[in-house]
Design a protein around this ligand. Structure first.
Ligand code: ATP
Length: 462
């Protein structure tokens, strides 16, 4: 992780937030290559789940919502974590996470605040900072960020920054049914920011207080949940592997019965092996920590029913063929965009020994998500005019970079580190044979390709 974090800073993927003011804890800014990577990942998600499907529409709802939304969804009363303070060193901890790290997530599922406190006491689970076990009682801490709308800071003006994008979808269910031609089964997809006042953010961008989600609410007829749940588990997993995440770094984890949210009866997470170096099961140091990338939950008709109750609106569906009226059930695949970016970064990072040529660090991104697709180099500055011409043509179709400084070897290394799959070199033969050399990032093999065929060649490869 240290090497990756350093590369992200050095090469302009991810910077610490507000750094010139000493930063703001656990905030991160995406630099020029990071923003491209993240944009590509979100675009691939949208393409796969909205554009290429016939049963999905998109939405972009407001972050600030009528606060009744969060009463209906259960967030005002239920969206909280057990917070404890170490009396010795004042460290703030999440009681549930302390137990989870020692005994696994099953041990904490369904436990009350009191039970969490007792378990920590009983097993003398130490403070991660000072090693003592001397905590305050566990108390419930709501994770929603509060702010005030308008000029008056009073309770009536209280609003929340949304803690998930999902509720923006549910409150628009009726609008979409009334204004588009969707028919159950269908889904609504949304990408956007969410905010949670996490007690223990950390592990780089894995857990932050401001993050982006890519969520789908897929509305189905009651009774068809088994097939659709399976369908979404498969599709979500496939999305990661199609974009190059290796299968051995991914796994499903089904939630235990008592770990399930109050509304959910089937939930599976897709987890990724993050190299965070947490303590292993018996306290031994391991290099990996399985962490959630995506959650797929069957939510029944909990959300729509709650919104019917709180809004008094009819959020039902009428089957135009049978005239049957019902409240659709929902399968929710919920992806974290920033966590996906982090997983793609970790998955791509490779150090290679090239023998006499030394070592190289390569980010082996799938070409579809690579920030820069093609780098164009003139072998010598004299060849700049021709190289610029190629660059100006290709950049209309692909994100390109022009580089004429330093040795070719150095230019390759730089592109390797930002994960550019192809480098085009214009050399002294180009004028004569109207061809250029394309160097492949992963195999380092070179192809001689006519300039006139470049555009098509790259479309095929990317
Ligand atoms: P966790 O158990 O890690 O807190 P969660 O189960 O609360 O996550 P969900 O509510 O299912 O997460 O949110 C869906 C997705 O949003 C997660 O799979 C994750 O990718 C992302 N996500 C949730 N919280 C954060 C966060 N604090 N920072 C970054 N991404 C997050």
């Amino acid at each position: 992780m240290e090497k990756l974090v350093a590369l992200c800073k050095r090469r302009g993927f991810i910077y610490p937030g507000s750094e010139i003011y000493g930063g703001l804890a656990n905030t991160w800014d995406y630099g020029p290559y990071g923003v491209l990577l993240k944009k590509n990942i979100k675009e691939q998600w949208w393409k796969t789940f909205v554009q290429e499907r016939d049963d999905m529409v998109g939405l972009d709802a407001a972050i600030l919502m009528n606060p009744k939304t969060w009463e209906a969804s259960g967030h005002v009363t239920n969206f909280s974590d057990p917070l404890m303070d170490c009396k010795n060193c004042k460290e703030r901890v999440r009681g549930d996470k302390l137990i989870e790290e020692k005994f696994g997530i099953e041990a904490v599922a369904g436990k009350s605040l009191k039970e969490i406190g007792n378990l920590i006491e009983k097993h003398k689970i130490p403070c991660p900072k000072c090693g003592k076990c001397n905590f305050t009682e566990a108390r419930s801490f709501n994770l929603m960020f509060e702010t005030h709308q308008g000029v008056i800071k009073e309770d009536s003006a209280l609003v929340y920054l949304r803690p998930e994008t999902a509720q923006g979808i549910f409150v628009n269910f009726k609008n979409i049914i009334d204004t588009t031609r969707v028919k159950v089964p269908f889904g609504i997809a949304q990408i956007g920011k969410a905010f949670r006042n996490e007690i223990t953010p950390g592990n780089f961008t894995f857990r932050t207080r401001e993050f982006e989600q890519m969520e789908i609410e897929f509305f189905i007829k009651p009774g068809t949940e088994k097939e659709w749940f399976e369908h979404w588990c498969e599709q979500a997993f496939k999305w990661f592997t199609d974009l190059g995440i290796s299968k051995d770094k991914l796994r499903f984890r089904a939630h235990e019965k008592d770990e399930l949210s109050h509304y959910s009866t089937m939930t599976k997470d897709i987890e990724f092996k993050f190299p965070f170096g947490k303590a292993g099961k018996k306290g031994e140091k391991t290099d990996d920590m399985w962490g959630e990338l995506t959650g797929i939950a069957y939510r029944g008709n909990f959300d729509l029913s709650q919104h019917i109750k709180f809004s008094g609106q009819k959020l039902e569906y009428r089957d135009s063929q049978t005239n049957e009226v019902y409240i659709p059930h929902v399968i929710e695949p919920s992806f974290g965009a920033d966590r996906a970016v982090l997983a793609f970064l970790i998955n791509a990072y490779v150090e290679e020994n090239l023998g006499e040529e030394g070592e190289r660090t390569v980010m082996k991104f799938h070409p579809k998500i690579a920030p820069i697709k093609i780098a164009i180099f003139p072998l010598s500055k004299q060849l700049g005019e021709k190289a610029k011409e190629i660059y100006d043509t290709l950049k209309k179709d692909f994100m390109c970079e022009y580089d004429d400084s330093g040795s070719i070897g150095k230019r390759y290394r730089r592109q390797d580190e930002i994960g550019t799959p192809f480098c085009v070199t214009v050399d002294f033969e180009t004028e004569g044979d109207q061809s250029v050399t394309i160097r492949n990032r992963d195999s380092m093999e070179q192809d001689r390709i006519p300039v006139a065929e470049l555009r098509e060649w790259f479309w095929k490869k990317i």
